[in-house]
Ligand binder design. Structure first.
Ligand SMILES: [Zn+2]
Length: 406
């Protein structure tokens, strides 16, 4: 199939006007300023649209969207966790499934074609057969009460993926956070990621209470975490990253959500582990966190990308990455639209190990693209990031969807 658009962003350094792309079986087979139709080939003319790579959101909880406006930011993080824990029993599998599907549609409408979604309920997944966007299902693990059987859960999830081969789905694993997952669990999960060659993600250094707990202090976490069995690994860690280093809980290439509480002494280990940080601006602001250590990370060459987190802690119900970029650039005005663009395309693609498949529209990449109606003579990065209308067309793994304005 040939798509002939007014413009096409092949990569941040290459824009074609006009821009044509050919796709077959979910892969882009040819990209350029002028491609001739082959005999009998289906041609889609989109002269007013700019085709761009679909965006990648590396931190979301699709299953929690029904908690939008249900919770309030509290004076401390454990109090917010307490609110969410109280509501989890009412989120049955059906509610979570609806939430996942609705959120994937909303995210796709706003230009996001790939989402890494933390997933804690395998039963909800079992009833799903498709989603609008490409998903990395990040299976969440905790061992505060019982010990999960990591390899069995991974095996079952792989069987579920193989039963739905037409869906653009992938697996990743996620120990929740140092306060709910023991070093042993982290090590088991990272070993499984290495065996299956799948991405690893975790929440890290999110709140001052977490830092304090890992340093061995009494914190309000004590109100929600069970006293038995006692955690012998709490104490003597100057920071959550120091806890990771001491307990060898981070694989190379780990994707870390938040990192709000990083300290300069954390940087050598993060660099050595080649981590990627995911910053979620609207959620960060909702919690009223202190400023994100962007400069520290950038000075040390640690890649940063932008995610949404969940509507349980953010006003961004549609998981619109443009909202995240706009708030981020308001706080960090030295970040250009092009740099922000990389934070939702090529940087997260590299973190997933998919730099040749996602984040650009180059030949051989997956056919995950978005058609935007923005003025063709403007800088497309600025025009798209500042737009607020939904994307007009989206394509995930070669499946095209047309979106209407509501
Ligand atoms: Zn999260």
């Amino acid at each position: 199939m040939l798509i002939c658009a007014g413009a096409l962003i092949e990569s941040s350094g290459q824009i074609h006007r006009p821009g044509h792309l050919r796709m077959e079986h979910g892969i882009m087979t040819q990209v350029g300023p002028s491609l001739d139709p082959q005999v009998g080939e289906e041609v889609l003319h989109l002269p007013d649209l700019t085709l761009a790579p679909g965006w990648i959101n590396l931190h979301a909880h699709l299953e929690l969207s029904s908690l939008f406006e249900e919770l309030t930011p509290e004076k401390d993080f454990p109090s917010w966790l307490k609110q969410i824990l109280a509501r989890l029993p009412s989120l049955n599998s059906e509610t979570r499934r609806e939430s996942m599907q609705r959120s994937a549609v909303a995210a796709l409408r706003t230009g996001t074609t790939s989402i890494m979604s933390i997933t804690s309920d395998l039963h909800a997944m079992a009833g799903l057969t498709s989603t609008a966007s490409r998903i990395w299902w990040a299976l969440e693990f905790m061992d505060i009460q019982t010990r999960p059987e990591v390899s069995l859960i991974v095996e079952r999830s792989m069987a579920w993926l193989s039963r739905n081969p037409a869906s653009a789905w992938h697996l990743s694993l996620s120990p929740h956070a140092p306060y709910t997952a023991s070093p042993k669990l982290y090590q088991e999960v990272l070993a499984s990621c290495a065996i299956h060659k799948i991405p690893f993600t975790t929440h890290l250094a999110e709140s001052p209470e977490e830092t304090s707990l890992l340093a061995g202090n009494e914190t309000s976490f004590c109100d929600i975490l069970p006293k038995e069995p006692p955690r012998t690994d709490f104490g003597n860690s100057q920071s959550p990253v120091a806890w990771c280093q001491k307990n060898q809980t981070l694989p190379e290439g780990a994707i870390l959500a938040h990192g709000n509480e990083l300290q300069p002494s954390d940087l050598p280990y993060l660099k050595e582990r080649r981590v990627t940080l995911v910053h979620c601006p609207t959620s960060h602001e909702w919690f009223g966190r202190k400023s994100f250590p962007l400069q520290l990370l950038q000075d040390n060459g640690i890649p940063v990308c932008l995610g949404t987190d969940s509507p349980a802690s953010s006003p961004n119900l549609p998981l619109d990455l443009r909202e995240e970029v706009r708030l981020f650039r308001k706080k960090y005005s030295h970040i250009s639209p092009l740099e922000a663009w990389r934070m939702i395309t090529t940087i997260p693609a590299r973190a997933l190990g998919c730099e040749s498949k996602l984040g650009t529209l180059q030949t051989g990449a997956w056919a995950d693209w978005v058609g935007w109606r923005v003025p063709l003579d403007h800088d497309p990065f600025t025009a798209i990031l500042e737009s607020s209308d939904p994307a007009e067309l989206t394509c995930v793994a070669g499946m095209i969807t047309r979106h209407e304005k509501i």
